[in-house]
Design a protein around this ligand. Structure first.
Ligand code: ZN
Length: 260
């Protein structure tokens, strides 16, 4: 019996390891190439510089990618340089790499002076007017305006992904809140449902991260700092790992109960 138990334990352990490392994660830096995303112009510099969402999103995405690679995950980027990638191309990369999880990295912008904080989105229907404004700016990427995402497709993808995407978003957000958020005293704007074309088209569980506001001087400067980017990336990876661990435990529990 003891032998059986220890064999079972060992087997479960390998099952968990196989589960974690077999996971393929696709990191999607928002915008790129002809698409700058949100922009802000520096003040007090001659000549003034234009800070672009696409560049900060790429820096942070690369850091997330590298950290996951070091942990032996199978991990890809939808772009590793400053180039235009259409929404369909991003979805095609998700198909090609057989990604299990899709992480899209974006930087927020607001006409409201002094807007601060980070927010984490997962694909779902909602009625929130403020969220609709964020969707409007993020859905105009690449060929975003020409992409017709039918409600029926959205509903189907929501149905298939929300049970993974929501807890994944919550897991990542909770790490961000308790570490980077606390360390830099940045308010959490919460985990939110959103209808983002890139998430719908990728057709897999995923989240869209809005790291902070490029339109707010303090946040813009902070987001360009490698140290902040490292901290933020580390939290995203912790959140993914915490989610994967929980999911593996649940899978084992379900399997055990089925076998009984
Ligand atoms: Zn964006």
């Amino acid at each position: 019996m003891a032998y059986f138990k220890s064999t079972l334990l060992l087997f479960s352990f390998f099952l968990f390891l196989a589960d974690a490392s077999a996971l393929t994660i696709l990191i999607d830096p928002g915008h790129g190439g002809e698409e700058d995303g949100a922009v802000a112009t520096t003040q007090g510099e001659t000549p003034p510089r234009v800070i672009k969402e696409k560049d900060i999103a790429l820096d942070i995405s690369k850091k997330i990618h590298e950290l996951l690679r070091q942990k032996n995950y199978s991990v890809y980027l939808t772009r590793s340089i400053d180039r235009t990638v259409t929404l369909q191309e991003r979805a095609a990369i998700a198909e090609k790499t057989k990604a299990d999880l899709f992480i899209s990295v974006h930087i927020n912008s607001s006409p409201e002076a002094g807007a601060v904080g980070f927010e984490t989105y997962y694909l779902d229907n909602h009625d929130d007017v403020a969220i609709k404004k964020v969707e409007k700016t993020e859905n105009i990427q690449g060929d975003g305006e020409n992409v017709v995402v039918q409600q029926i497709l959205v509903d189907l993808v929501v149905q298939q992904t929300v049970s993974t995407s929501k807890p994944l978003a919550e897991s990542i957000h909770s790490e961000l809140k308790s570490r980077t958020g606390r360390k830099y005293k940045i308010p959490s704007r919460g985990v939110k449902p959103g209808l983002f074309y890139v998430l719908a088209l990728s057709k897999r569980p995923g989240v869209l991260l809005e790291v902070g506001f490029i339109s707010t001087y303090k946040e813009r400067v902070r987001m360009m700092t490698p140290k902040f980017q490292d901290d933020y990336a580390a939290d995203v990876v912790r959140g993914i790992e915490a989610y994967v661990k929980k999911r593996s435990a649940k899978t084992r529990y379900d399997k055990y109960n089925k076998a009984k």
